[in-house]
Design a protein around this ligand. Structure first.
Ligand SMILES: Cc1cc2nc3c(=O)[nH]c(=O)nc-3n(C[C@H](O)[C@H](O)[C@H](O)COP(=O)(O)O)c2cc1C
Length: 185
């Protein structure tokens, strides 16, 4: 279950939420609660989750697990391009949903290509993806796809294993501290 905060491509081929008259854009917690109210299947939640407290929140709201993407983009192990890493570390750009790079809605940092082409980019995946490939490969931050979820300024550049360990210990801390706070006397 992917909330609207998620980085990069939506788990959908429709234009819901980015074209006028499209569907509602649900944040991760709202989407999770709505999905859980209608299906009995185990749900893995994703979108904008970046630390242990976020994981605790979706587990509390009924997810069986959490999936994180943007949290790992700054890892030394990640194949993130240099200009993409720099833009993420700077934390100065806002994010937006766009079809401009691939023909399918995806969330990335706002740059010149996104501003200029979003208004008329067609819903034509993967054609637009192939069309823009040479431009995206230039490594030039104003024209490449700088995928990021809304919470990207909170991401770190630690190795992946350390991120997982930290999130796990943050999760334990937050759960223990909430249990202590709401302990029945
Ligand atoms: C660099 C990057 C590439 C992604 N590529 C895809 C993709 O090709 N298809 C897809 O369904 N989701 C893709 N995702 C979305 C993830 O599966 C996940 O929904 C998202 O990362 C969760 O939100 P977060 O980035 O805020 O953690 C991608 C995410 C990132 C950050």
């Amino acid at each position: 279950m992917q909330g609207a905060d998620a980085g990069a491509h939506r788990g959908t081929f429709t234009d819901d939420g980015i074209s006028p008259g499209g569907g509602e854009l649900y944040g991760t917690l709202a989407a999770l609660r709505l999905v859980k109210s209608t299906v009995d299947l185990p749900v893995i939640a994703t979108g904008g989750l970046i630390n242990g407290a976020d994981v605790a929140a979706v587990l509390a709201a009924g997810a069986v697990a959490a999936q994180l993407g943007t949290a790992f983009l700054g890892c030394p192990e990640a194949g993130t391009a240099a200009a993409h890493r720099e833009a993420l570390a700077e934390g100065a750009r806002r994010t937006a949903l766009t079809r401009a790079f691939s023909g399918r809605p995806a969330r990335g940092l706002v740059n010149r290509f996104l501003i200029e082409h979003s208004p008329y980019a067609p819903a034509a995946y993967p054609n637009v993806h192939h069309l823009t490939k040479p431009v995206r490969a230039t490594g030039e931050p104003e024209v490449m796809s700088l995928w990021a979820g809304t919470t990207y300024p909170l991401a770190t550049a630690e190795p992946a294993a350390e991120i997982v360990q930290r999130i796990n210990s943050e999760l334990t801390d937050v759960v223990n501290s909430l249990a202590e706070r709401f302990k029945r006397s």
